[in-house]
Design a protein around this ligand. Structure first.
Ligand code: T46
Length: 132
């Protein structure tokens, strides 16, 4: 099964400019409980480096670009997110790392759960063991 699940958002707008609408349970395939955004990532930094037990998320680069490594314990795939009309659906039990952030990159994340540290698997060996 492909790890990379891209949602293409419709670009709306008129002669004033562009607009993208993100709607829970419509073009975002779950109810929304949290939105957070990541910015100001220093050069060379790898963020993420964890998987979630249950959380479902959609990642959108509102500005700039970054690379996301996806790993389900069997396969690994890199995705370069570059456009604010495309969302990466991140399912539970997928180890993910974000890196190569372009200057000024803003990554917005829509999530179906509130922040809960107990949902994180931050140890790669523990993640691999759970995948078996
Ligand atoms: C994910 C990737 C894509 C909170 O207090 N509340 C929150 O909602 C979040 C997301 C984080 N935090 C705290 C936890 C840490 O003390 O903010 C700090 C930085 O979080 P973290 O190091 O987990 O950030 P990233 O960029 O490595 O990972 C984040 C999300 O945490 C994670 O769920 O999937 O983005």
């Amino acid at each position: 099964m492909a790890l990379k699940k891209i949602i293409q958002f419709k670009e709306l707008g008129d002669d004033q400019g562009w607009l993208v609408a993100l709607e829970a349970e419509r073009n975002v395939p779950f109810p929304l409980r949290r939105v957070y955004y990541i910015y100001g990532t220093r050069p060379g930094v790898h963020r993420g480096r964890h998987a979630h037990h249950k959380l479902r998320q959609v990642l959108v680069c509102l500005n700039g670009a970054c690379t996301i490594l996806l790993d389900d314990g069997r396969e690994r795939e890199e995705v370069r997110l570059t456009g604010n009309t495309e969302g990466l659906l991140l399912e539970p039990m997928v180890w993910h790392e974000m890196y190569d952030f372009s200057p000024g990159c803003v990554l917005i994340v829509l999530a179906d759960g509130w922040y809960d540290e107990s949902d994180y698997i931050r140890d790669y060996a523990a993640f691999k063991a759970l995948c078996r």
